[in-house]
Write a protein that binds this ligand. Structure first.
Ligand SMILES: C[S@@+](CC[C@H](N)C(=O)[O-])C[C@H]1O[C@@H](n2cnc3c(N)ncnc32)[C@H](O)[C@@H]1O
Length: 564
């Protein structure tokens, strides 16, 4: 379960005094405790068995007591050991009581393990079983289990937070630079202080500035100019930069980022992403005859649909002009820099005549950047193009004036499944489909999850009981209700198995097409990892305040809320 969901659930449940489903860590901790109890019980049982085999007379003196104790010990041992399965089946427990107890303590009654059912007997320090036939465990009966779960969640938060902020590494770098700890030679590296203080989780530590280590091939001090904290993206701090060394940095991106910050170079270096929507998957809902057969939905082909509907007929391949120098953010830029250049050149070969200017711009930009960093070539369906967006990464922009009710896109899912079966579905993708999947932006609240899971989490649409991932629809950015308005609605048709995007108002050529991911800014941040930059929800309500500090402050507020 995602971290935030766990935290929120735990918090809500705690507030309401409701039982909390324990985390995996708590389960492990319980298992550890159970094993300790099992050991104890085994010793007790062995002792009893030894006593019984030695013909201890106390049986006849107090047969029932010993019988009960003996039974308790053995039943307990065998039950407890059913999880560790190292204790031989207990003997000498064949009376009626025993059968009752045995059935009550069969392994199935412990599935899932319910540690709170066990308690130490303070009188004889033996483990006793206190079955209650009406009792159904939900795994959260005792406060220690609850506490342990909370503790696990708490450590989870601080761990994740440590990863989010990179503070651990920042501190290490700082200590290294101060000569407090041993480390590599920093003399050829520039360090940048961003003046940030530590988050409240670490308040006991005196605040220190965060240090970013960046390697500059040129070694020129002025190369550090222009860096500033922009915010958080995909679980990492994002720094914007505007440096004369961009070209060099671009070529050395991996070396440069040093694992601490992800450098957003979208303004100068366009995303290396080629989205090739499946023509067969994009048809008019009125032209259902041309819908591809299920399963063949996403076969990649450069051919247009056989009989495309009028409004979606023109499949243009547009080389997007990406000389836009505005400060756009793009996770795609770094995440997808490995996109094979061949894709770009392949698509570039089919540039439509209608976009000659874009082509010439592309040619100019191509000269300036290495082939692997050539501008994106994006295939669109005639109604919109996919281009870098000021909101973040790529977005969809109207290529013509659009009227209310116009269908913009009808798309079949590349994958329709749930998290449980995601891997199987991914494994079934063809290499082309896999490349389409990989090209998407990923985010997951827990940065440790796989990139596949991140992509899935950040891009899926609810499609009935399952979720669907659509390669083109995934490029629609979010807006709240006011300007820039959400101007596109979508609906998944379960019978046809297609997602339809429809204009919900008049849209002028060039306007970004925006859908709604949800209403709450906090939800957007927690679920998708971004603070909405649209003005509708107050993304711009902070006036002159530096966006970096706004985002940092909001993040801190979120953590405070989680912790309170
Ligand atoms: C489903 S993707 C949308 C397409 C994405 N821009 C891309 O390049 O692939 C969702 C991501 O887009 C960005 N995004 C979408 N709407 C945004 C908004 N209103 N403000 C800021 N970022 C936004 C966020 O990074 C979010 O995680």
């Amino acid at each position: 379960m995602p971290l935030f969901e766990r935290i929120i659930r735990a918090g809500l449940a705690k507030a309401n005094g409701e039982p909390v489903k324990r985390s995996k860590e708590a389960e492990l901790a319980d298992k550890h405790d159970r094993e300790a109890l099992a050991k104890k019980a085994r010793n007790a049982a062995e002792e009893f068995i030894r006593e019984a085999e030695n013909g201890d007379d106390s049986t006849s003196d107090d047969g029932s007591a010993l019988g009960t104790n003996k039974f308790k010990a053995t039943a307990t041992s065998s039950t407890l050991l059913s999880s560790s399965s190292s204790f031989p089946a207990a003997s000498g427990a064949s009376d009626e009581d025993d059968e009752d107890e045995s059935s009550a303590s069969s392994p199935s009654s412990l599935s899932p393990p319910t540690a709170p059912l066990w308690a130490g007997n303070s009188d004889n320090d033996k483990i006793v079983y206190a079955p209650d036939s009406d009792y159904e465990s939900d795994g959260s009966e005792t406060s220690w289990a609850q506490l342990r779960a909370d503790e696990c969640v708490r450590s989870e938060v601080s761990r994740s937070h440590g990863m989010l902020s990179g503070l651990g590494r920042a501190e290490l770098l700082q200590e290294r630079s101060a000569g407090l700890v041993a480390g590599g030679d920093l003399t050829n590296k520039r360090r940048l202080r961003n003046g940030r203080t530590l988050h409240h989780q670490r308040e006991h530590v005196p605040p220190k500035p965060c240090v970013v280590e960046i390697e500059y091939p040129a070694g020129d001090p002025s190369a550090a100019d222009g860096f500033r904290l922009w915010g958080f993206k995909e679980g990492k701090r994002v720094y914007k930069l505007d440096s004369p060394y961009l070209a060099v940095l671009r070529a050395n991106l991996v070396k440069t980022a040093v694992g601490l910050c992800y450098i957003d170079i979208a303004a100068e270096c366009p995303p290396q992403i080629v989205t090739v929507p499946t023509p067969a998957a994009i048809v008019s809902p009125t032209d259902q005859s041309s819908l591809p057969a299920p399963g063949a939905a996403s076969a990649t082909s450069a051919k247009p649909p056989v009989e495309p509907a009028a409004d979606l007929a023109t499949f243009e391949t547009v080389t997007t002009a990406t000389t836009d120098k505005t400060e756009t953010t793009s996770s795609a830029a770094a995440a997808h820099s490995a996109q094979p250049a061949v894709e770009s050149s392949k698509s570039a070969a089919s540039v439509s005549a209608s976009d000659k200017s874009a082509q010439s711009t592309t040619a100019a930009v191509s000269k300036a950047v290495p082939p692997s960093l050539a501008p994106p070539t994006l295939e669109v369906n005639g109604m919109f193009a996919i281009r870098p967006s000021a909101l973040g990464g790529l977005g969809c922009f109207a290529l013509k004036d659009i009227s209310r009710g116009d269908h913009l896109l009808v798309e079949r899912p590349l994958i329709r499944t749930n998290m449980l079966h995601l891997q199987e579905e991914i494994d079934r993708l063809t290499p082309d489909q896999r490349a389409q999947f990989d090209s998407l932006t990923g985010y997951h609240p827990d940065p440790r999850v796989s990139r596949d899971a991140q992509i899935w989490t950040a891009n899926t649409f609810v499609t009935g009981e399952l979720e669907g991932l659509f390669v083109v629809a995934s490029r629609f950015n979010h807006a709240c209700t006011e300007s820039p308005a959400q101007n596109v609605g979508y609906r998944y048709d379960r019978q046809l198995g297609v997602l339809t995007m429809t204009a919900v108002g008049r849209i002028k050529k060039g306007t970004e097409l925006l859908i709604s991911y949800g209403k709450s800014r906090r939800m957007l941040h927690e679920r998708f990892g971004f603070w909405c930059l649209c003005s509708g929800c107050g993304g711009d309500m902070y006036g002159d305040e530096d966006p970096a500090s706004v985002q940092e402050r909001l993040t801190e507020e979120m953590y405070k809320r989680i912790w309170s």
